[in-house]
Design a protein around this ligand. Structure first.
Ligand code: HEM
Length: 445
């Protein structure tokens, strides 16, 4: 069965048709040819942007010369009220300083350390999950937020301040579902992307709540009672080059980033993965069968091979971060075309992962492809759910463990069935379903 996606627009598509379709459905407004093109240019007097699908170009932009292709300033405009100068939107020396402190908190050994928190959140998600026909998107948003609070602050999302942050974030996203994506895409400056008073107020409220969490942790660190979790690690690790630790204000920025980057993304792909399992009972049976191996021992996660293949395939078909942008700091020649300085380069995992020249049966759900040569080759060159190079997602390892554990725990507890409501993907900050992802959930025992 094909994994649902909107059919792209006919014709070449211009930035203006894109604008028109934007409010309705960006994925459907982009031209169908992007699923075949190596590079596609959108040009107006105001903006010059290039969608890049050619793996060699992506390697140049993300891995070989990342300093020449920083994040676009336009992106900051949309996200700065919430994220300050956090690592998701900073550039240059400031960004490098932030990553030198953040990366050690997410290295392999630390993920093992976070495992009890992830497993606890998965068990809590199972116990909250309603039976019958239900929209699983909000359930998974709750579960993914729970993971973030537990791994960062050793608190469940039900904790008073954590719960307020979670609800305020949801209200913030609902108040401006498109603004964030507008910020991620190289759209013309005349495209309205207002920060309404409500948006600014909700961003300030979220940051105030996060500051309370950071203050409480600073006090625990000072009196030697801080738990050994990711927040403590980030707040006590000095930058190995400068010796400086994060200030309180910097830490508020980073926690806002972790929450935004780490919860909607996981929630989005998990919801799609559950729908894919419901639509493919043969894979659901395999995941449920191996899920009995999931235990308190971190090593049990690596035995869940079918579950991991399902999660990877869900990330291919529904890469939570559908698109992201970079800016050329100098004139470039890409595929024999001249790119001016300031050109906006769009990396689109959404198109790359369903590219007709890079994947066999690109729209089919087939976790078995990851064992084949095709899967292995394309995974190296045409699979970017977490981006690549020095600016790749630092949470990727954590997200992979979280994804496998959540899928296994939920599938072990429930039989999942599709309903007559087939979900239609739409691009918000992450890939969501237009009217939710509805499944019939029946307890297995
Ligand atoms: C399935 C889940 C996730 C997906 C698909 C995902 C995907 C991505 C992608 C594509 C980027 C690069 C965006 C860009 O360059 O504009 C990114 C960056 C980032 N992600 Fe994730 N992410 C996930 C989970 C997480 C988690 C769990 C965390 C942390 C707890 C996290 C933290 C970050 C941060 C801090 C960045 C910014 C890195 C930088 O710019 O240097 N992500 N993520």
């Amino acid at each position: 069965m094909k994994a649902p996606r909107p059919t792209g627009a006919e014709g070449r598509g211009t930035i203006r048709t894109l604008m028109r379709g934007f409010r309705r459905d960006l994925l459907g407004a982009l031209p169908e040819r992007l699923y075949r093109a190596w590079m596609a240019e959108f040009r107006t007097p105001i903006i010059h942007s290039f969608f890049c699908n050619d793996p060699a170009l992506l390697k140049t932009i993300l891995q070989d010369r990342p300093a020449d292709f920083p994040k676009s300033n336009r992106m900051r405009e949309g996200l700065a009220p919430l994220l300050g100068n956090g690592v998701f939107i900073s550039n240059g020396a400031e960004w490098a300083h932030q990553r030198r402190i953040i990366d050690p908190a997410f290295e392999g050994g630390r993920i093992r350390h976070s495992y009890p928190a992830i497993l606890g959140a998965a068990r809590a998600a199972v116990s909250r999950m309603p039976t019958g026909i239900t929209d699983v998107e909000p359930q998974l948003a709750h579960a993914a937020a729970d993971v973030i609070f537990r791994v960062l602050f050793s608190l469940p999302v039900e904790h008073a301040i954590a719960a307020q942050v979670f609800h305020a974030f949801r209200a913030h996203q609902e108040a401006q579902p498109l603004v964030n994506l507008a910020a991620l895409l190289p759209l013309p400056r005349w495209m309205p992307r207002p920060h309404s008073r409500r948006t600014r107020a909700s961003a300030a409220q979220i940051r105030g709540l996060i500051a309370d969490l950071v203050d409480a942790r600073l006090a625990q660190i000072a009196d030697g009672t801080a738990p050994d979790d990711l927040a403590t690690k980030m707040m006590t690790t000095p930058d190995p080059e400068t010796g400086a630790c994060f200030t309180r204000a910097e830490m508020v920025d980073q926690v806002a980033v972790m929450f935004l980057a780490g919860h909607e993304t996981s929630a989005s792909v998990l919801a799609w993965a559950l729908w894919l399992l419901a639509a493919h009972p043969e894979w659901q049976d395999r995941v449920a069968a191996e899920a009995v191996q999931l235990s308190d021992d971190f090593a049990s996660v690596s035995t869940l091979k079918a579950t991991r293949a399902v999660f990877r395939e869900a990330l291919r078909l529904y890469p939570a971060v559908a698109m992201f942008a970079r800016e050329a700091t100098q004139t470039e020649t890409f595929r024999e075309r001249r790119l001016p300085r300031g050109a906006q380069l769009v990396v689109s995992p959404w198109h790359l992962h369903r590219h007709q020249r890079l994947w066999d049966r690109p729209d089919d759900f087939d976790p078995a492809r990851w064992d084949t040569l095709e899967g292995k080759t394309s995974a190296r060159t045409a699979y970017l759910p977490f981006s690549a190079g020095p600016r790749a997602c630092p949470g990727a390892g954590l997200a992979m463990v979280e994804g496998v554990v959540m899928l296994a725990a939920i599938t072990r507890a429930f039989r999942l069935e599709t309903t007559d409501r087939e979900p239609l993907p739409v691009a918000r900050l992450t890939i969501r379903a237009k009217d939710g992802i509805w499944l019939k959930m029946t307890p297995r025992s």
